[in-house]
Write a protein that binds this ligand. Structure first.
Ligand SMILES: O=P(O)(O)OC[C@H]1O[C@H](O[C@H]2O[C@H](CO)[C@@H](O)[C@H](O)[C@H]2O)[C@H](O)[C@@H](O)[C@@H]1O
Length: 274
């Protein structure tokens, strides 16, 4: 049974070479599943751009026919697609609740009308009672994010407590995120389930045996995917927490180290293919 524990911190390029030597061969199918906020781009007041090196690496990797890339984000589909502007990748948005494949076919978690009605009421109550003093709510149509980064220290704890009570009272799941609370519908679906579904659809039932899978994410929602991929691929949790317990194989401190990881993939996979 997989357990969350402290993972080796990879800080410089040589750390990748030392710790993951031989993982990537030349003729294998590589799967890259990447979270956006906090992993590819730093956490900021609003959506932040990726560092230049990351953007270039992503473009090169996404264009390679032996690489299957999936952007696994908590943002909604239109938002993350509009931002990434990559045609060849699969987008798993709203924490995997909605997926769009490169051929434009889609998967979306079933939301009965009664649940959609509840979502509408939840959104209204949050707007009415806790959207104030710099806090705001991001309406992602089937899930939402309550953002409190702009709230001062004095008011913050009370607003968080109230927002959590409201989310819970409507039967939605609460997930603590970076300066935010995710309100997810009560469905048995997460980034881990989405990873399994996407890879099985693309590569068949034995996907876990035949692929070189790399997953990077920064949030608790990414831990579900890291658990699914334990012993199957190489996973990276981006976090500055010194005593972090994670299902990931390795810890990276910031999106700058994600950039190093992508450079390692380029150097050890694509460069060898020439
Ligand atoms: O799964 P992700 O792609 O990491 O998305 C998680 C949430 O990211 C966004 O919020 C976070 O990033 C914002 C911009 O840096 C930041 O202001 C906020 O404090 C973070 O929580 C996004 O707004 C959410 O919808 C995503 O669920």
């Amino acid at each position: 049974m997989a357990e969350q524990k402290k993972a080796p911190l990879l800080k410089v390029q040589e750390d990748f070479e030392k710790n993951i030597q031989g993982f990537l061969g030349v003729n294998e199918d590589v799967v890259l599943i990447l979270d956006y906020d906090g992993t590819l781009a730093p956490i900021a007041e609003q959506l932040a751009p990726m560092p230049k090196d990351t953007e270039l690496a992503i473009k090169k990797l996404a264009a390679n026919e032996k690489v299957f890339m999936c952007i696994m984000s908590g943002r909604n589909l239109d938002d993350i697609k509009k931002h990434m502007k990559l045609e060849t990748v699969t987008y798993a948005a709203n924490h995997g609740l909605e997926v769009e494949y490169p051929d434009k076919s889609k998967f979306s978690i079933e939301m009965p009308q009664a649940l959609l009605d509840k979502y509408g009421k939840l959104l209204e109550e949050l707007k009415e009672k806790v959207v104030c003093s710099g806090a705001w709510v991001e309406d992602k149509k089937i899930a939402l994010t309550y953002h409190y980064k702009g709230v001062n220290d004095k008011l913050r704890a009370k607003l968080i407590e109230d927002a959590k009570k409201i989310i819970k009272s409507h039967g939605f799941q609460i997930i603590d995120a970076h300066y935010a609370i995710e309100g997810k519908p009560p469905v048995n679906w997460d980034k881990g389930e989405a990873v399994k579904m996407i890879l099985e659809k693309k590569f068949g039932e034995d996907w876990a045996k035949k692929l070189k899978i790399i997953y990077a994410g920064d949030d608790t929602t990414d831990e579900d995917a890291m658990k699914v991929l334990k012993g199957v691929g190489k996973t990276f949790r981006v976090s500055e927490q010194p005593n972090l317990k994670t299902y990931a194989d390795f810890q990276l401190k910031t999106p700058n180290e994600t950039s190093l990881m992508l450079k390692w993939v380029l150097d050890h996979y694509l460069a060898k293919k020439k």
